[in-house]
Ligand binder design. Sequence first.
Ligand code: DGJ
Length: 735
Amino acid sequence: MLKKLSGLSGIAIIAILSLQTNAFAQNIVIPVETQHNALVLQTNKSNNLNIVYVGPTLTDKKEYEEVAAQYRQTDEYTGVSNAAYATTGSRSLFEPALTVTHADGNNSLDLQYVRHEAKKIDDNVSLLTVDLKDPIYNFEVRLFYKTYFKEDVTEQWSEIKHAEKGSVVLQKFASAGLYLKADNFWLRQYHGDWAKEMQPEESKLTHGIKTLDSKLGTRADLFQPPVFMVSLNKPATEDEGTVLYGSLEWSGNFRIDLELDNQDNLRVIAGINNHASPYTLQPGEVFTTPAFLSVLSFHGKGEASRKLQSWARNYKLLDGKGSRLTLLNNWEATYFDFNETKLKALLKDTKALGVDLFLLDDGWFANKYPRNNDGAGLGDWQENKAKLPNGIASLVSEAQANDVKFGIWVEPEMVNPKSELYEKHPDWVVKQPNRQEYYFRNQLVLDLSNPQVQEFVYNTVDNLFTKNPRLAYIKWDCNAVIYNAYSSHLKNQSHFYIQYVQGLYSVLQKLRKKYPTVPMMLCSGGGGRVDYAALQYFTEFWPSDNTDPLERIFMQWEYSYFYPAVSSSNHVTDWGKQPIKYRTDVAMMGKLGFDIVVSKLDAKDLQFCQEAIKTYNNIKPIIWQGNQYRLQDPAGNAVAAVLYLNEEKTSGVIFNYLVNNRYAAGSERPIRLKGLDPQKRYQLKELNLYPGTISSINSNKTYTGEFLMTVGYNPDVKAGRASVVLALNVIMENS
Ligand code: DGJ
């Protein structure tokens, strides 16, 4: 029996009033709607739950029922090829979301609709649950669909449980599935390595399965992050086309299968990677899968990313609407070679530069095996007495005396074999008992599936705060992947990869309970661990150790499709050949920091940086909280341009860069702006001028939004003006 609940602004919610078990419930239609999108679920005559539509919302909700009949694709043999949560062993012939071995050894699973319930969490967020059950086995799945109306974002996950007479093994246990129909599909995926993160590849999907995955355990995204885009019908451009963005909220091994089937439809199944991880589920135990995140746009990649960025700031990223600290980091300025005197000088430089905080990086700890290089000391989190005879406390006080804040680097999940921790607790280390040890950056991973290790990792960070209550920032690094996966704590080794991540989250949850807002940077030898599950605990991430600004223009461009500028830590370093202005301008497109030897800057460079930081402090609310419009792609153009515009469309900042040094390369044609109010008049003014240079921009002229969006504006980028930052401001009517 169907009943529509009215009066729930804009969200169609249909609730089943009676509980139906195994009754024929054909044609129960459940639209999962956001402002512009609908994912429509429908039961078939065998009571299985299918996806019949993913597309723009329809005004007449009853018409969702008519969608399926309009398709005349090849024979559908199974009745479940479009399953909302595909299983193995009954009629499904395709990639499953869930494969199980029941207590009696049987491998079949047939999930049938039981009931569903829609709840409104607030004006914007709704939660739909759909219960499914096997008619033969005492095995149940609850599907969750959490929708964010304004942002058109959906999070999907599942809970799996049973009451069989023994344990059930989950062989594959994905979070969710989608089923898309289009003429063809174009996948944009990413690959990389250290210093080469977020390298895009776009290709037309062919029949069969394309899998995006990681088996690296900790630094899971080193070779491939979980984010991807699928364009429907034709490759979406920045402003045109239908495109779905997806990602898994999980900081470990993931697996995303994209299967183009015999009917030319695309099945997307995403979840924890089941590789080496069959999960033994006890009767009554609930296995909750992580959320699969998706956003759909019918107006190109730009709109999809603005929706996702806004969702992240509002709902996911820790303190997404809050402020951030600018900083001076000492990693590239000193590496491991520092002592108290040197650091005290750097604290003065921090003040002179004008940033908020000094961040002490790797190398401050360990005594028996001092951390003077990356071969020793990890795990021994006591201040190194030779370098810091008066401890961190004296640096924190000195920072305060200089009127700057103090932050510190840790890598608490890791251990060097050359460490006291390793000597004392070899059983805490992830390694095979009877095999040779293999190291990644001379280190091993601690076994976070073990509660004692969780306690140790928690205490490592907690002690720093307890001893130094004014500590204002943590950079949490994670440099090794998992080799020789084995936990001496776990009885079932197949649970290791999963329980490692759960252990990590439980430490982070405990830390956040005690320190809810202290800013923390998520770092993994660069961007080896960037995902939205981790970002619930972190205020920002480190995209890459590669800070060459030319490389960063490309990398930050790709990251920005999925993550807002406020979460991207961008540091000015000595990487690259570009002058300090270019490096600083690029780093401003996010959360600005420096990692340079300030005392070695010449007077003009220092003056430039000081003024740039002041400018940044004025414009950072727009960069962090505004809407981002990618104006001109660095791939394929001599000039790249990005606009950040405030919600009111009255103020913006445009970053323009020369990314090609061929003869006479520059901004030959105007760059069309986006998102402005066509009727308003705007003025453009150049920011971040290097001392002694004069802008070629006439800031007395004004232009309508219409002109700037139709004809465009030429920032006059060329050799010698390779980086141009422009402030855009509305002229008040009567001024
Ligand atoms: C890798 C990080 O990405 C760097 O920024 C730096 O913190 C080093 N680790 C320190 O070992």
